[in-house]
Design a protein. Sequence first.
Length: 397
Amino acid sequence: MGSDREDWSRYGFSTRAVRAGHRRTNEGENAEPIFTTSSFIFENAAQAAARFAYEEEGNVYSRFTNPTVRTFEERLAALEGGESCVATSSGMAAIMATCMGLLSAGDHVVSSRSIFGSTRLLFSNIFTRFGVEFDYVAATEADAWRAAVKSNTKMFFLETPANPLTEVCDIAEVEEIAHASGAILVVDNCFCTPALQQPLRLGADVVVHSATKYLDGQGRCVGGAVVGDAQMVGEQVFGVLRSAGPCMSPFNAWVFLKGLETLDIRMRAISDNANRLARWLTEQPGVERVYYPGLESHPQWQLAARQQSAPGGIVAFDVAGGQAAAWKLIDHTRMLSITANLGDVKTTITHPATTTHGRWSAPARAEAGIGDGLIRIAVGLEDIADIQNDLRFDELE
Ligand SMILES: *Cc1c(COP(=O)(O)O)cnc(C)c1O
């Protein structure tokens, strides 16, 4: 939307993050205004008719057009390198709207196995009731993606790095398999954000986001977004938003706009902290294995170095002694936030087997490699020494 949109592609990433999408009003404001209005006034009946018919661009009703939300959409589109962006009320609403906009009963989806828990439930428990079929594959095995294709495969869906073990999936490789099969590729880019990885530039068709995480970056609001081309996202996914209504509030859009302004420096600082924490963890007593794409011991660390501009903020590790030891370590922290959220400047610590992946069956967890001694840390921006000091490995014995 917006034929007067500036061509932001000639500007650098940080410039786009700070400036894209804001059309200054007559008041001459420097910061983006929050338009807290549900509807908009037309000059006359004919204009109302033209706006409703999409013959004239302009605001109608904040379920589907709001200037603050549109500023966020244009800014995120400029960062991901997409033509269109649709903001949603949550990350799950973004994934739901993507599926509703692009799939029909009878379609088949191939998804990576290690996806966000609610995404798996949305696919397996809800969309299957509407006649969509799903198969799950190991994200890092190209042959598994290829073998899962059926005549009705319409979409590939993947998350990289995956939660919580940070497996990295080769987006360009899976893109080739998807397109050779006539399917589209959707990538959940929540963990990297466009600051570290831009899936559309690697051939993906659609990017989905939980803006709740790093785009906000300070743990304040729930929101999401879908980015892609003008047809699939600008029309089909937007059509779902317009009719079904899981829209973003203008206030939340404004918070996310402020988050985007510091996205690049935050993601780099968080990656630095996470890299230092991961290396330090490998030397701690009782730590059996550390999972982090920046470590040379990570099975896909070279792919991560190619595909991402930094390894990101999620570090996972196994402690000896299973759940009891993991809970002890978590409970002995004083500063770290015990919460399953991530993408905050505050470092969070969580036990996946009993929280984010607690509703998975034990065999499903074992197959995915999520052990009882696994701990996930989403590294924030505190001093690295304080994060380290808060993990009392000496008390594990
Ligand atoms: C949190 C998350 C989601 C869902 O986002 P919400 O904003 O909580 O609805 C989807 N994908 C990933 C990878 C996430 O971490």
